[in-house]
Design a protein around this ligand. Sequence first.
Ligand code: HEM
Length: 375
Amino acid sequence: MFGTEMGFAVDYATRMEQTRFFVDSLRPAQLRSYVDPMVQEVENYFAKWGEQGVVDLKYEFEELLMLISSRCLVGKEVREKMFGEFCTLFHEIEEGVNFASFMFPYIPIPVNRRRDRARIRLKGIISEVVRSRKIFNSVEDDVLQRFIDSTYKGGRGTTVEEVSGMMLGLIFAGKHTSAMTTTWTGACLLSHAKYFDAALEEQKQIIRKYNGNIDYNILSEMVTLHSCIKEAARMHPALPTLVRQVKKDSIVRTKEGHEYVIPRGDTLVNLVMVNNRLAHIYKDPMVYDPDRFRPGREEDKAGGKFSYTSFGGGRHACGGEAYAYMQIKIIFSHLLRNFEMELISSFPKPDWSKFLPEPKGKVMVSYKRCHLPSM
Ligand code: HEM
């Protein structure tokens, strides 16, 4: 989907190395440097809201997450000079993710044509930025730069085409998933006063302790907010299925003690929403209860390392999980500190007509500016 130089279009060894580039560019040491630009994007975005008003959270978070992605992942050239075009083209790629295109990715229907044209132009835009950085020896602090500087075992550097393909793949992996998880978290918090108040109280304490500042370590202390996001993602996973091919005959043992052999070559599908709602793992699984992850309960560990699969698992687990939590926490820290909010539409249902399920319809929220003390 993002060209012939990356992902499943390349051989296994190359793909594994590219996965390493993804993971390396999102390690904690690198993540620290993305906090300030994320905070700036979030502050600028919400500065445009009025004193009070009504917004569709889903729309707002899609916009904001695209801004953050373009700034921290692709870099300031795209963010400052061609954000509008980048955004429109990226939307055309997202439109190309639907059931018809999944079954028939190459049939010449308008949505596939637009997707392919958009991909070519987007890769062109990113390639121009990469070439320009190389020509002028300019070095930026973003993920694009880390891809440019990555080397394969044996010392070969990445090509411009590989970098542009990997970058598109990364934005695709992270933007919609983060926007939907942020929207579900907002809807859950605004309909569960107990946890909204707990997240707000945590912000008050953190503001007092750190005088209103935010950095990587301070974000790590937001454990209540973290659990609220994690629980929203448990109940409303952004990716509904995980698919794996069985590499060797494997034995699976049920909780009743029955054993089944899954033969080599079979394809396994993990239905994330079912997995995350197993009643023998999660107490009252249909109830929004962020406390289930607290020490002493830790229900997500009760059934082993695959009890919680909203971020995948195993070798291909989400490489951007920490980055995703960071940006979502920054968004909610800002909202909790600066706005009173109320959900005025009903709690959204998942829209199963979409290839990637999302909250159905608009998620309407009324807001009013306020400021927590000592900020
Ligand atoms: C709340 C937001 C997110 C959710 C729920 C999420 C979920 C997932 C899941 C379930 C997978 C595994 C897919 C599979 O096994 O088929 C995955 C893979 C991946 N995610 Fe995320 N993701 C999120 C955000 C991000 C972000 C922000 C980035 C990057 C900036 C990112 C980068 C990746 C990458 C590179 C992979 C592929 C890993 C591999 O194949 O080795 N994700 N994500």
